[in-house]
Design a binder for this molecule. Structure first.
Ligand code: GUN
Length: 291
């Protein structure tokens, strides 16, 4: 297939660039970049993502430490840990892996994170800066999607881009990043949008960030559409040793026959979200050490 957007390959190229930059900084006598990842509880998919993030950090020379917390932790206890990380001068950034247990208010926790250390780009300050001329730390998945659009020269100038999913950190952020380009026509759909097909059928680019397998079927798209599938869902698959497989929002087998470019799941946006975390870490680090 020559219409595949290879997120793994792009992520690997960016990782090489990051590795070189960090090596250069260390050769000048600076310390290594350092981050922490907070994981609360025993959520299976989260453990997999966090391990992938830790491995990616190691591969580029970022010192990353896991803080594993019991799932009965309360809001005050987690808040205290975040405050300590905020004031750690030798720490460049940290993330709190989501989801969090029900007793914790996610938004309150995110807003406690010092925006200058928020390498996920989830705080109001960072998300708000999408629409500012002075961009801060961009939401990681959105940054990954925009990087794929740039590196694959997806032409959105005067084109119709439909974003499915309007969540603050992902779909909404991606839509706003597309608007910021000032050349595309951007339509954002949410769970209340009626007749999705009437909007997707003449889209030149569809970015789907919903988490519903097979939401986008081939009758909903036109020939030559570019597709970026941000969805990640686990579905049962008895042929797999684990008993499940990971799929996106798009009926890949059929939609890929009509698409000019399409991301696979896994191997499309996923590796880009991770590499964006590394890019945000590098940004904080380079600003600090004036590299
Ligand atoms: N859970 C799923 N994706 C993400 C992500 O990009 N960042 C965090 N912190 N949690 C997540």
């Amino acid at each position: 297939m020559n219409n595949l957007i290879d997120g793994k390959k792009v992520a690997s190229e960016i990782k090489n660039e990051i590795t070189q930059k960090i090596s250069y900084s260390i050769s000048k006598g600076n310390r290594v970049p350092s981050i922490k990842i907070i994981l609360v509880g025993d959520h299976g998919p989260s453990k997999i993502y966090v391990n992938a993030k830790l491995r990616a950090c190691e591969s580029v020379g970022i010192d990353a430490e896991l803080i594993s917390l019991n799932d009965n932790i309360n809001q005050d206890e987690l808040s205290e840990i975040i405050k300590k990380l905020n004031s750690d001068q030798n720490l460049d950034g940290f993330i709190v892996q989501l989801p969090l247990p029900d007793q914790i208010s996610v938004q309150k926790i995110i807003e406690l994170i010092d925006p200058s250390k928020d390498i996920d780009g989830f705080t109001n300050d960072n998300i708000g800066s999408i629409t500012s001329k002075k961009k801060k730390l961009m939401p990681a998945t959105g940054l990954g999607v925009m990087t794929l659009i740039e590196r694959y020269n997806i032409d959105i100038d005067s084109k119709k881009c439909v974003v499915l999913g309007a969540s603050r950190n992902v779909g909404g952020a991606i839509a706003q990043m597309l608007v910021e380009r000032e050349d595309a026509t951007v339509i954002v759909c949410n769970s209340k949008t009626k007749n999705l097909k009437s909007l997707t059928i003449d889209a030149d680019l569809i970015v789907s960030a919903v988490g519903i397998p097979n939401l986008v079927t081939s009758d909903m798209v036109k020939n030559g559409v570019a597709i970026i599938d941000v969805g990640i869902s686990r579905v049962k698959d008895p042929t797999k040793k684990s008993g499940y497989k990971i799929v996106g929002d798009v009926d890949f087998d059929n939609v890929s026959k009509k698409a000019s470019l399409i991301t696979p799941v896994p191997g499309g946006v996923g590796p880009m979200t991770i590499v964006s975390l590394l890019q945000n870490t590098l940004k904080v680090y380079c600003d600090k050490f004036k590299i």
